[in-house]
Every structure is written in structure tokens, then in C-alpha cells.
Ligand binder design. Sequence first.
Ligand code: BG6
Length: 515
Amino acid sequence: MATTQVNISDEAMKASQHLARRPDPSIVVIFGASGDLTKRKLLPALYHLQQSGYLPEDFAVLGVARRPLEGTFAADMKDGILSGGGVEEADPKLAPFMERVQYYAMNFDDDAAYDGLKAKLAEMDAKFNTQGNRLFYLAVAPEYFSDIISFLGKHEMNKSPAGDGHFVRTIIEKPFGHDLSSACALNDEVNKVFDESQIFRIDHYLGKETVQNILVFRFANGIFEPVWNRNYIDHVEITAAESIGIEGRGPFYEQAGALRDVVQNHVMELLSFVAMEPPISFGADAVRAEKVKVWKAILPIHPADTVRGQYGPGNVDGKPVIGYRQEDRVHPRSQTETYAGLRLEIENWRWAGVPFYIRAGKRLAKRVTEITIQFKQPPLTLFKDGDGAGTEGIKPNVISMRIQPDEGIALRFAAKVPGPNMSMSSVNMNFSYADAFGASSANGYERLLLDAMLGDGTLFAHRDGVEATWKLITPILEAWAKEPVKDFPNYAAGTWGPAVSDAMLKADGRKWRKL
Ligand code: BG6
């Protein structure tokens, strides 16, 4: 696909889009604001929204955490915004934005402190004209979710002090539960305090342009959807590979592992977008209904169709790195998987018989998230005989969706090699986001924060979806817990994962696509 430069400088169109998507005045209250996420992702995202005119004029941010950071919080957040790139210190909108960033220190389990928080929010409403609208963002460790939610309920902060027509919503970070029963219990607790329409369970993958584009690619083009089924597709691969390790998060990762950390949420979201039927609209209910149908149609995943890996020492980008068991605060005989591979089937009319292969891992050869749709091999008899013909170069058609980095989509097809013989080779048509639209600084959180402020839950996980994905994953976790792996670590850092993963595809006569 030759790509063309797209002209997006139509100011009138942009202005009307902004107006249509501008939320009401509000305060974004971030619990766990002293953490990395707030500085690296949330504040830069909010500022980019402000810079591009998406935020209301009457807007404020309140960081909430235990440490007394009143004197330094705003300056620290400013550093985060500046170091994220794309923002100059002299940017005229920066200073006024920072004046609206405040801090409140409290313990999340301190009942009385919520009265203080309530008073602080009322004071900010008066100062910044934020009209009693609040978006509570729970960027805390999961053990605090229940306390915060129930105290917000107890102190009647689940309703706006300004009454009807004003909003209170909550964004809850992952992990949402650590298995099916804990996810159901958390859903029950949250639903006691907040109505489902007020709850936004965030999965930052849904904020990525390339993920949203899966739906546009499939449903806004006439040529792909007719072949997007078991009559034409041989198999689907989803790879979520990271070259980074666990980045100092030993205690968290020991409890999580690759299956919980990435597969139950990010990868399952990708899978639902690839496999779902066209929703009747982009409304939250319509999209959610189709996603849930996909997860519910997945056949129980047999432990024999799963593989696990754990990285040992190796080389990443030419530098030696330690193995998982040598990482800080990781058990020296840890059984936690840093790599998970699955084979699953979706038992419906579109997909029955088409295997979906999934792999996700840390310390792999490179960072790449990609979806491969491999089509069936066409009959090639025509090219087999005489005339110096050769079919060796012919591989089946592939559509590869590059979620990150090097965002784009490619289509592989066969072409005749110039010359007197009928010999062929595979070539690619390539669409690159950067070439077509220019580089984007958006980090996924922008879109999701804006949607939550607008009350649009389309790109968020819902109760039934979270439970459906845990229902698929929990039996695997249980089977794995019963059977410790004897040969961990079973892949060297900087490689493509354990040999058992290649063997899983080999048993089906297939190979992971080289990325
Ligand atoms: C997070 C996981 O949800 O996603 C991390 O907890 C992982 O372990 C990250 O590194 C990957 O996100 P991205 O956007 O870098 O692919």
C-alpha cells in the first residue's frame, strides 16, 4: 500500500471535533499519585489533552498518596511532563496548568481522612469552578482498591455534591483480581458503591491507536471482512514480546507472572478485536456485547495447549543481563513464568477450526506486539511444471498488524520475479503510521482519560468481560500451580522464548512467524 501524506491541518474540523468531545469541568483525583504511573503517563497525558484543547477550562488535578509531598508534587509532575517530550518549559499553557495541580496526603485506610479529602475537593470546586464533577483514578496497589472504594461510598463521595446532572466516576487500574473468584469479589464490592456506568476498568492497550485501528481496518474497508473467517484464514498469531525485564517490580511480578500480567487483559483484548463480529455501533454496550461473545466462545484451554517459560541470564541489545531468579526480591527458585504461550480455538461459525496462538514474555529478543493473520495456502499446481517455474518462494498471504513499535499494517502476497521464467517471490505492501500521519506522542492514556471524563466506556473493560477472561485463564493457573516446572529457567534472556513454545506450533506443522 503506497502511503500518502494525510492533511490534518483543517483547523475548522479540528475545532469542531474538540467542542464535540469536550468534557464538563471536573477534578481528576489520582490515588497513588506518588507512583511512577502518575508522573510518567497520567500527568503528561492530561497536559497533552490540555495543550490540544480537549480539556475544559475549569479543570484541576488532585494527587493523593501517603507521603507528605505538598511542597514538591506539582514541580515533580512538571518534570514528568517535560521529560516525556513534546513540551517546552516556555509553553504558555504549562504554568496555568500546573497551578491547577494540587496534592493531598492521607492513608487510604484512614476513615477520618476521607472527610478531609471531601473538604479539600469542595475547596478546589470553589477555587477552580469544577462544579462537583470528579473522576477518581485508582493508581494504587490492588490491595487498596477495596478500602478506597468502600470509604468513598461510606463518605458519600460516590455521588456529586452538586446533585443530579453532575458526575462521579472511577477509573480502576489493573490487575483487576488475580483469578476468577477474586475478580468476582472485587466486582461485587465495587458495584455496591458505584453503578457499572460509573466504573472504568482501564486497560491501556485499548487506548493505543493501532488497537482501535483493528476495528477500522476490519469494518471500514470492503475487502477484508469477507475473507476474515475460517474459509480463508489458516491461523492467527498474537505476540506481545518485551525486551525489558521486570524493572524492579519483583514482589509484584512474583505474584503475577506473564499470564496474569499481560495475557488475561492486554492480549485477550487484542484477540477480541481481531475475532469479534461487527458491533451495531461504537457504543459501549454494543462493543462489549460482541467482545464477550468471543471470550465465551473460546473452548476451555487444555493445559497441554499451554507452555511456560522463565528467562535465565543472557544478552539483550548486546548487553549482558541477569536471569529472572537473580532479580531483586525474586525467589531464587521462583516458579513464576515470564513467558506464556497458548493455543486456543473459538468455537463459532466464523472461527471454528482456526487455531489462535498467543505468546507473551519478558526479556525476549525484541519489543514487538504484532498480530499475524495467516491465510490458507492457495493451490499452486499451475506453477509447478515446466518453464523453469518455482513455487519455493511462495508463502501464504499474511496480514500483519504491527501494534508497536513501528506501528502499521502489511500484506504479504506473491509476485512474479522479473525474467524469462515463471518464478515467484513473496513481497509486502506496507502501511506505516509514521509515514502516513506523522509521529504521535499520544501514550494511550490520553484517549482513555478523555473518554472517562466524557463517560464513554467503549474502550474500557466491563464486569462481564473481566469475568469471562478470568474464567479462561484461571484453570490454566490452577493446572500450572499443581505442576512445578523442573527446567526453569528455560530460555536465555534476549532469545525468542523456550523451545517448548516452538514445539507447540511444530506439533501442528506450523512455526511462529519471524518478527
Ligand atoms: C503492563 C504490565 O500492564 O503492560 C507490564 O504490567 C508491561 O509488565 C506493560 O510491561 C506493557 O505495556 P506496553 O504499552 O509497553 O506494551
